[in-house]
Write a protein of this length. Structure first.
Length: 207
């Protein structure tokens, strides 16, 4: 099983041309990078820097255990807390960080969800050497949405210029372009590109 996975990280860069068909595009939400692995009915969630997230987000942990249903799963995603308008800001999800026993009132006031954008392991197998498209096929069979755990959309037929326009209009932090033939490799990679709309609370290159 894939435990304690090191994250693959995107590199800021210019948008590719609209006729570049090598990439899929995902929204870059202004949240907390979360890696999680579930085994033997226990969930472990950590931030990009390896800090535990279980205590601060018990509802996400419980949802992941339920989703796994006894299976071994390792995934990568983004914890976000949308406001009433659906806008996701780091300052909002940050209210949950470091809270070891969040009260029911805090969970109701700042509800969190986990957008899963990659499946790294399933049933004891390591999926990281598969291509982005193959991993997405496995992810799409996982059974999402499931409670507070949602699939991160992947767009393959929309021009990147239009993706960036929509992100700016809707207050989304930016767009990530991912090479569809890329494997999941720890560290910053040119195969994943951050295309920022400058809507973020935090510097996008540091996420």
């Amino acid at each position: 099983m894939v435990r304690h996975p090191a994250p693959m990280l995107a590199t800021p860069g210019p948008a590719p041309a609209d006729d570049d068909t090598r990439n899929a595009y995902e929204w870059k939400y202004d949240g907390i990078h979360c890696l999680a692995w579930i085994s033997d009915g226990a969930c472990h969630m950590v931030s990009r820097n390896g800090n535990s997230l279980n205590a601060a987000f018990p509802e996400i942990s419980h949802a992941l255990v339920s989703l796994a249903a006894g299976r071994e799963i390792t995934l990568d995603g983004e914890l976000v807390a949308p406001d009433r308008d659906g806008v996701r800001r780091f300052s909002r999800i940050g209210r949950r960080m470091g809270v070891t026993k969040p009260s029911p009132a805090l969970i109701r006031a700042v509800p969190a969800c986990l957008y899963v954008f990659d499946l790294l392991g399933f049933g004891g197998g390591d999926l990281r050497t598969l291509t982005y498209l193959d991993r997405r096929e496995h992810l799409e069979r996982l059974g999402l949405p499931h409670g507070h755990v949602l699939p991160a959309p992947s767009y393959r037929d929309i021009p990147v210029s239009r993706m960036l326009e929509v992100a700016a209009e809707d207050g989304i932090e930016g767009v990530i372009g991912k090479r569809m033939d890329s494997i999941y490799r720890a560290g910053r990679s040119q195969a994943w590109r951050i295309l920022c709309t400058m809507q973020a609370d935090t510097p996008v290159a540091m996420i």
